[in-house]
Design a protein around this ligand. Structure first.
Ligand code: AMP
Length: 286
């Protein structure tokens, strides 16, 4: 396994693979890898084939964090991540630093961004202004450096995957986007690098996101429910946990992300909940 830190080195290697007709499957991450990430790596290997290349990027992207968010305290452990990647048979880990990815960012010299204007306005985008501008920008940059045939994203970040699909279609990236299922802890909590922020009591209450999804799924099994009514019920369920505060819950079409008035089996639900200071998200098709 090779560790690359320089964007120019990554791109030169990717161009060589392209000339040689080698398939490249790519998994972008912010590191502090868990089973969710590893499942994407396994999907990437299936798409690359035994003779193809799997590239994992590990980069905590500063432009997708708001000024009051957790960029500086986001967990990082490159050595541990490298060991996990090696044991999964990853070929290349690309782990650049901020100055390499965004020359002059903090001096105000970096000034080009990729902006998706529609899907980015709702849910996570409404709660975290500028977040998706950072995501689409870094993913576009990484695609230019890694030149993947396939890129694998997690269903855990459903809206993000939809926005990346939109960007790839709108900007003609020759990349196939694959979305892999959410990996959960045994009590249903979606795996996330941010779960490490939770103390034991917060960790217990954090299952409320999964319980809210399960509850909504049960409700719509019995027939359609008005979104306003289901939203109130979910808000009550979340409010029953003293450390939890609902940021939003949304009911929408899985593909278009268009909100629905009537929630039924097959409608998508997403929610964001603060557990103490930690903001967690989850989603599922009901
Ligand atoms: P992150 O490192 O949190 O930016 O995530 C990198 C990729 O892993 C994204 O495509 C996420 O959607 C995906 N991912 C994160 N957590 C999970 C999970 N629990 N199950 C599946 N994919 C995940």
């Amino acid at each position: 396994m090779r560790l690359i830190r320089e964007p120019s080195v990554m791109q030169r290697l990717a161009r060589r693979w392209q000339r040689q007709g080698i398939r490249v499957a790519f998994v972008p991450t912010m590191g502090y890898l868990h089973e969710g990430h590893l499942s994407l790596i396994r999907v990437a290997r299936r798409h690359a084939g035994a003779r193809g290349i799997v590239v994992v990027s590990i980069y905590v992207n500063p432009t997708q964090f708001g000024p009051r968010e957790d960029f500086t305290r986001y967990p990082r452990d490159l050595q541990r991540d490298l060991n996990l990647c090696r044991s999964e048979g990853v070929n290349v880990v690309f782990a650049p630093d901020d100055e390499a990815m965004y020359p002059g960012l903090h001096q105000g010299r970096y000034s080009t961004y990729v902006v998706e204007e529609k899907l980015s306005a709702i849910m996570e985008g409404a709660s975290r202004p500028g977040h998706f501008r950072g995501v689409t920008t870094i993913v576009a940059k990484l695609f230019h450096l890694v030149l993947p045939d396939v890129a694998v994203f997690g269903a855990k970040d459903w809206q993000q995957a939809a926005i990346i699909r939109r960007m790839v279609a709108d900007l003609n990236f020759p990349v196939r986007i694959v979305v892999a299922p959410t990996v959960r802890e045994s009590d249903g909590l979606a795996m996330s690098s941010r779960n490490t922020y939770l103390d034991p009591e917060e960790r217990r209450q954090a299952t409320v996101l999964f319980r809210a999804l399960q509850y909504a799924r049960q409700r719509v099994r019995q027939g359609p429910v008005p979104a306003t009514q289901l939203r109130r019920a979910v808000a009550r369920l979340v409010a029953a946990e003293p450390l939890a505060r609902l940021d939003y819950v949304a009911f929408f079409d899985s593909e278009t992300l268009e909100p629905v008035r009537e929630v039924r089996a097959g409608t998508h639900m997403a929610l964001a909940v603060f557990i103490g200071r930690t903001r967690l998200i989850d989603n599922a098709r009901l």
